[in-house]
Design a protein around this ligand. Structure first.
Ligand code: PRP
Length: 180
């Protein structure tokens, strides 16, 4: 716990957030035609997506994508590479919901949404657990948001610093002494 300055979002609040977001998605997708496919953006979104999908009542399928953006540490880089793609012949029947843990500059989702539309998806929407609107480099608005947060370095509930802290059941603020 000494690496963590403070808990920003407790496990109980995360539970309330995922319940609300799942209800919003249920409401919007209950009468949709075609398949509903959650797309997990590895690795950080694994925990959020696992909790979110358990709370949905609409039937969903899952896919995973992996993206690398160059740059490390506490800031996200600008160059984007797709390391794992959605690969299915029926993409034209798929209503994709891209699941992110956090939006920062907006570059990752801007790239990914365009890529999935270009591949022929029936529809593409996005959901993020955390949103840092103050960090945007491109104008990107997500369809479903768990919580807007200030520009702090957050870890836990899937989010890492140098691959650590993903297993924490809450979202915490990393003490600057860890990375400075
Ligand atoms: C994080 C996060 C998003 C992206 C958001 O991934 O999960 O994918 O950065 O940043 P952006 O809005 O500035 O593009 P990260 O590269 O840390 O990978 P990880 O999920 O594997 O930890």
């Amino acid at each position: 716990m000494s690496d963590i300055s403070r808990v920003l979002i407790s496990a109980e609040e995360l539970d309330r957030i995922t319940t609300r977001v799942a209800a919003e998605i249920d409401r919007d997708y209950k009468d949709v035609e075609g398949r509903i496919v959650l797309v997990c953006v590895l690795k950080g979104s694994i925990v959020f997506m696992g909790d979110l999908m358990k709370k949905l009542t609409v039937p969903v399928e899952i896919e995973c994508v992996r993206i690398s953006s160059y740059g490390s540490g506490t800031t996200s880089g600008g160059r984007i590479n797709l390391l794992l793609d959605v690969d299915r012949a029926d993409i034209g029947e798929c209503n994709l919901i891209v699941v992110e843990d956090i939006i920062d500059s907006g570059l990752t989702l801007t790239f990914l949404v365009k890529h999935l539309i270009d591949k022929g998806a029936k529809s593409v929407r996005t959901v993020t657990l955390l949103d840092k609107p103050s960090r945007r480099k491109v104008d990107f608005k997500t369809d479903y948001v768990g919580k807007e947060i200030p520009d702090e370095f957050v870890i836990g509930y899937g989010l890492d610093y140098d691959e650590r802290y993903r297993e924490l059941p809450y979202v915490g603020i990393l003490d600057p002494s860890v990375y400075s």
